[in-house]
Design a protein around this ligand. Structure first.
Ligand SMILES: NCc1[nH]cc(CCC(=O)O)c1CC(=O)O
Ligand SMILES: [Zn+2]
Ligand SMILES: [Zn+2]
Length: 343
């Protein structure tokens, strides 16, 4: 039999023994400076104009597009588990409903306005946020109104987006979150809300650092919002542009944003970290986007990662970087997971 060898070494100094600090589940919680809470999660909902619709989105596992009638019991089941807030994305599916100026965005009989009313009436405790953009509603699929040459008509776009935001707020949305990335829209929205006496009760959550990313594909499937030609590179930020992200956040805070979103999240932790210093006085939200969600699911299916563990790791990373709120497609799972005793 082979006898094992040991090599005599000196005892390390006591300061090098860290294990005593995290050898118990409670200690591991103490060592996490910040922990995930249900109230940090904002759940994205895709709402169509087909009232009884429940359609699975192939590229987004477990996520469906709902109509008004099917949305209500679904949201009710999540509120029972502790859901605090949702962000609405409208998906008008009626043929011919899209036009160059996105009239359908704030159609009083369209999906968003009706969903706001229904949710506010049915669930008084739910905080209702609305994504504000034109791309789901325009015939060309861009986020603003275009000049004949296909470039963004900034002035008309911003006026239209301000009107849409105001109409959502008037219908009862607690918060409007403009995701179009067109210069000057926060100022225009604030002015419009002020004019309509809505500014004091409407939270402007600005997608300030929103990058032109390859991670929005599944969302565009869900929302049917891919541009019919061109891309969004002239309004969404280039993915390497730290300076532009900083300036966009600065500008939006000056124009009256009440909260700031960084999007996508996992590949942009440096931006979140910088933003948390820059936005130390306003809530900072990370958007864990559709592609991030789909990638983690795909990796879990391949057996490369375990879904629950990897979801915790990625969302904890967002907190560590400095985010305080997270828009996440994992929200329903977290509502269950955060009830479990041991993480
Ligand atoms: N402007 C609309 C909008 N709002 C949020 C997302 C993406 C969210 C996600 O991927 O989950 C998009 C799509 C886009 O900009 O193309
Ligand atoms: Zn858009
Ligand atoms: Zn600054």
């Amino acid at each position: 039999m082979h006898s094992a060898e040991f090599i005599e070494t000196q005892d390390p100094p006591v300061t090098s023994i860290l294990a005593g600090g995290y050898n118990h589940p409670l200690l591991r919680e103490w060592q996490s400076e910040r922990q995930l809470h249900k109230n940090m999660f904002i759940y994205p909902l895709f709402v169509s104009d087909i009232d009884d619709e429940v359609t699975a989105i192939e590229s987004l596992p477990n996520i469906n597009r709902y109509g008004l009638n099917t949305l209500k019991p679904y949201v009710e089941s999540l509120i029972k588990k502790g859901l605090r807030s949702v962000i609405l994305f409208g998906v008008p599916l009626a043929p011919g409903i899209k036009d160059p100026i996105g009239t359908a965005a704030d159609d009083p009989n369209g999906p968003v306005i009706r969903a706001i009313r229904m949710l506010r009436e049915s669930f008084p405790s739910l905080y209702v946020m609305t994504d504000v953009c034109l791309c789901e509603y325009t015939s060309h699929g861009h986020c603003g109104i275009l000049f004949p040459d296909g470039t963004i008509d900034r002035k008309r776009s911003v006026q239209r987006i301000a009107a849409v935001a105001t109409n959502y707020a008037r219908a009862g949305a607690h918060s409007v979150a403009p995701s179009d990335m067109i210069d000057g829209r926060i100022f225009a929205i604030k002015q419009a809300l002020l004019k309509e006496n809505l500014a004091h009760k409407t939270f402007i959550m600005s997608y300030s650092a929103k990058f032109s990313a390859d991670l929005y594909g599944p969302f565009r499937d869900a929302a049917c919002s891919s541009p019919s030609s061109g891309d969004r590179k002239c309004y969404q930020l280039p993915s390497s542009a730290k300076g532009l992200a900083h300036r966009a956040i600065e500008r939006d805070l000056t124009e009256g944003a009440d909260g700031i979103i960084v999007k996508p999240s996992t590949f942009y932790l440096d931006i979140i970290s910088d933003a948390s210093t820059q936005c130390k006085d306003v809530p900072l939200c990370a958007y864990h986007v559709s592609g991030e969600y789909a990638m983690l699911h795909a990796a879990a299916e391949k057996g490369v990662v375990q879904l629950k563990q990897i979801a915790f790791e990625s969302h904890m990373g967002l907190l560590r970087a400095g985010a305080g709120l997270i828009i996440s497609y994992f929200t329903p799972e977290f509502l269950d997971w955060l009830d479990d005793d041991e993480l």
